[in-house]
Design a protein around this ligand. Structure first.
Ligand code: 2F8
Ligand code: CA
Length: 484
């Protein structure tokens, strides 16, 4: 702690104690004690400083002095400690005293303030006392008139009491009225708040509506503009519509006409289609017939060629055999050769000449065979199976001209047939041994194509000849099948 500051502090305390509690016994005792303690501390500090300076500057090497000083120092240290030990309680006492002093100061300040207040009141009271004294003096002057004044005052009091009652009643009424009004005010406030809220809400809505109104006004203006434009467009479109309606009506009329024409044409087309289908069917049928006819024509052409070749061969045959007395009867050449041969050699003789032994299936052929006037072999035999007669073309015997009691297969060796030139002419067949020697009646091999050629050549009309072609084709086919 800085000694100077401590001194200043103590002095300040002392001065203040003197000035504020110069008449207090406790303050003086405390101040005195503090001063004494402070003085002792200062002296001890100064002594210690001197001893230490002497020790370090003059006789540092002198033993006795040093020991003395050391002893003094130790003693002083001992004292210092003792003092320090004492200083602690003193400090605590001091602090306690300072606290008490502070409290006292507060009390003192309070008392001083009370005193100043009392002094002020005292002065006021003194002034009032003076005034009252003056008033008393004045009243004493007016004391003789006090009764009348009193009466007057009494009257005034009564009047005032009456007024007071009236006023009280009025006050009560006013109070009730006020309460009522307050209540109404409260209600009104509530209503007002409600209305205010509604107003605020309406204001908000009004603003919103105003904004919307503004927007709608702009939109309306824009729509009015658009409407105006649309009206112009609409008028234009209406005119176009009217024009189109007129055109539509015209077109509708044309459409109706065209529809009728179309229906008529469709009907005609349908009829034409039917006709066309019919014609197409006829065409297809004709094409089919044409193809058939073409095939037939081709076949007939081939047949014609073949027949022409055969005709040529026949003509050659006839020319080459004319000197041998071949007889042409009903389209066939017949010959009775004068040589006598066995049945088989005779048949081979015939085959070598493009002919075969005669086959007799009719009285005319029987008559023809008889006309040659010779015993001659005919083309009938049962050599294959006894009693079963077959012609050389392997056809069965259907019409026979057997001599009476024939065939008798005399001696079981008669398998070939001759024609006898004797009566009865219509029954002249006799079975004979096949190795017998007779002439043979040759008949050119049945050739239907050749017969047809000869027959058709006799038909002058070409159309009639053509119409017989299919019939002839069928006959020829049957003939071929029979020969096989
Ligand atoms: O040579 C055979 C021949 O003989 C007689 O005729 C001459 C027979 N006729 C009679 O008996 C009537 C044939 O039948 C016989 O073939
Ligand atoms: Ca016989």
């Amino acid at each position: 702690m800085d000694p100077s500051s401590v001194v200043a502090r103590r002095r300040t305390f002392g001065t203040r104690l003197y000035s504020e509690a110069n008449d207090g016994e406790t303050g003086r005792k405390v101040n005195t004690l503090v001063l004494v303690l402070f003085g002792v501390l200062c002296m001890t500090q100064a002594t210690l400083n001197i001893v230490l300076r002497l020790y370090f500057t003059e006789n540092r090497g002198v033993g006795p002095v040093c020991e003395n000083i050391t002893a003094q120092r130790d003693d002083l240290q001992q004292k210092f400690q003792t003092l320090q030990t004492k200083h602690q309680p003193l400090s605590e006492q001091r602090d306690e005293l300072e606290k008490q002093l502070h409290d006292k100061n507060s009390v003192c300040e309070n008392i001083t303030a009370q005193r100043d207040d009392l002094q002020q009141k005292f002065q006021t009271l003194q002034t009032s006392h003076q005034t009252l004294s003056d008033l008393r003096d004045e009243l004493e002057k007016h004391l003789p008139n006090i009764d009348s004044v009193c009466e007057n005052i009494t009257a005034q009091r009564d009047d005032l009491q009456q007024k007071f009652k009236t006023l009280q009643t009025s006050h009560q009424t006013l109070s009730d009225l006020r309460d009522e009004l307050e209540k109404q005010l409260h209600d009104k406030n509530s209503v007002c708040e409600n209305i205010t809220a509604q107003r605020d809400d309406l204001q908000q809505k009004f603003k919103t509506l105003q904004t919307s109104h503004q927007t709608l006004s702009e939109q309306r203006d824009q729509l009015e503009k658009h409407l105006h434009d649309k009206n112009s467009v609409c008028e234009n479109i209406t005119a176009q519509r009217d024009d189109l309606q007129q055109k539509f009506k015209t077109l509708q009329t044309k459409h109706q006409t065209l529809s009728e024409q179309r229906d008529q044409l469709e009907k005609q087309l349908h009829d034409k289609n039917s006709v066309c289908e019919n014609i197409t069917a006829q065409r297809d049928d004709l094409q089919q017939k044409f193809r058939t006819l073409q095939t037939s024509h081709q076949s007939l052409s081939e047949q014609r060629d073949q027949l022409e070749k055969k005709l040529h061969d026949k003509m050659s045959f006839a020319e080459s055999h004319s000197e041998q007395n071949w007889r042409f009867v009903r389209g066939s050449f017949y010959l009775s050769d004068g040589s006598e041969l066995s049945w088989r050699d005779g048949r081979q003789y015939c085959l070598d000449r493009g002919a075969d032994l005669i086959i007799i299936n009719s009285p005319e052929e029987q008559k023809l065979a008889m006309s040659f006037g010779k015993r001659s072999w005919i083309g009938l035999t049962d050599a294959q199976q006894e009693g079963v007669w077959r012609w050389v073309d392997d056809s069965p015997l259907t019409t026979s001209f057997w001599h009476p009691n024939e065939p008798n297969d005399d001696k079981g060796n008669e398998d070939c047939v001759e024609v006898l030139p004797y009566e009865p002419r219509h029954a002249s067949w006799n079975d004979m041994p096949c190795d017998g020697s007779f002439t043979q009646i040759l008949k050119e091999v049945e050739d239907m194509e050749f017969k047809w050629t000869l027959f058709s050549s006799s038909i002058v009309d070409a159309a009639a000849r053509r119409s017989l072609l299919p019939v002839m084709a069928a006959i020829l086919e049957l003939s071929r099948g029979a020969r096989k």
